[in-house]
Write a protein that binds this ligand. Structure first.
Ligand code: PBG
Length: 324
């Protein structure tokens, strides 16, 4: 009789035949920062914090010491700095450039990644520049890409190792690559949000940054959750435009997309376990309904098994300590 259970009979045999594993070095830790001296709990994401720059440096250092190689920064920008053209997004003295400098001064070896998109800076709460035609909103593509290039450049000047456009404008990877190269930043990498879906799972994140769109939705630039061939199209484009790493977002409900992207490209594939995925696990574990540690490690293993090489997760630090 053929007995598959023989390969499961002991921890040692299971370890020998295990096909996938997760480790701290797979993780990118998303961190929120604001321009205040105090650290503030985020109501919409229990367990997450809007850090002061000092607080963020300390938190990043702890994760780094546990083996997490990278952080990605998300700024909560004061309402009075938000404008229709999002000028603050490329202010060299802005919150993100100052945070990058503080991080690189404290931990030169930590990979510092920045989000490139206008939503935290733009008074309309969209990832691009908005024009209003009556009740209709249009998100301008090419005008936005010019601002994104300036934003990426200001992050590079401050010392970012990698920029990560999350805006889903067409042609932005190529434009950012050209801008960085022209200005001498050939070594700054681009991790592209390649297949970023128009997802309700981003709700808690928008609460954290108070960056929800003031009107309309993001469906004219983020992808339709019903589509998968379109993710292949975006994969081929971002590859051709010069991205170094491609991303699928969200992760858990889009494992099929991760698997398809893995088969399509030779580039590293990243997946973002987003705020709604985090919140579902967190809230179900708070009352002991789910076993948080077991669920987190299983969900991350599932994302890895689907084909992700890297995982952006709010659990990065906890998971790294559990894996020790
Ligand atoms: C914005 C951005 C979003 C997230 C990362 N970058 C929100 C959005 O597109 O509305 C979401 C992350 C999360 O939900 O954890 N450019």
């Amino acid at each position: 009789m053929i007995r598959p259970r023989r390969n499961r009979k002991s921890p040692a045999v299971r370890a020998l035949v295990r096909e996938n594993s997760i480790s701290a070095s797979d993780f990118i830790y998303p961190l929120f920062v604001h321009d205040k001296d105090v650290d503030e709990a985020i109501d919409s994401m229990p367990g997450c914090t809007r850090w002061s720059i000092d607080g963020l440096v300390k938190e990043a250092g702890e994760a780094y010491a546990l083996g997490v190689p990278a952080v990605v920064l998300f700024p909560a920008i004061a309402e009075n700095l938000k404008t229709p053209q999002a000028e603050e997004s490329h202010n060299d003295d802005g919150l993100v450039p100052r945070t990058i400098k503080a991080l690189k001064a404290a931990y030169p070896g930590l990979c510092v990644i920045t989000d490139v998109a206008l939503d935290p800076y733009n008074s309309d709460g969209h990832d691009g520049i908005v024009v209003k035609n009556g009740d209709d909103l249009e998100i301008l593509n090419d005008e936005t890409v010019e601002v994104l290039c300036q934003q990426a450049l200001s992050h590079a000047r401050a010392g970012a190792d990698m920029v990560s456009p999350s805006d889903m404008m067409d042609g932005r990877v190529e434009a950012i690559r050209e801008t960085l190269d022209l200005e001498g930043f050939q070594n700054v990498s681009i991790m592209a949000y390649t297949a970023k879906y128009a997802s309700a799972f981003y709700g808690p994140f928008r609460g954290a940054l108070e960056s929800a769109p003031k009107a309309g939705d993001k469906k004219t630039y983020q992808m339709d959750p019903a589509n998968s061939r379109e993710a292949i199209r975006e994969t081929l484009l971002d590859e051709e435009e010069g991205a170094d790493i491609l991303m699928v977002k969200p992760a858990g409900p889009y494992l099929d997309i991760i698997a398809k992207m893995r088969e399509t490209t030779t580039l590293p594939v990243a997946a973002y376990q987003v705020s709604g995925e985090y919140l579902m696990i967190k809230s179900a574990s708070q009352d002991g309904w789910l076993d948080e540690k077991a669920i987190v490690l299983e969900s991350l293993t599932g994302i890895k098994r689907a084909g992700a090489d890297l995982i952006l997760t709010y659990f990065a630090k906890d998971a790294a300590s559990w894996l020790k």
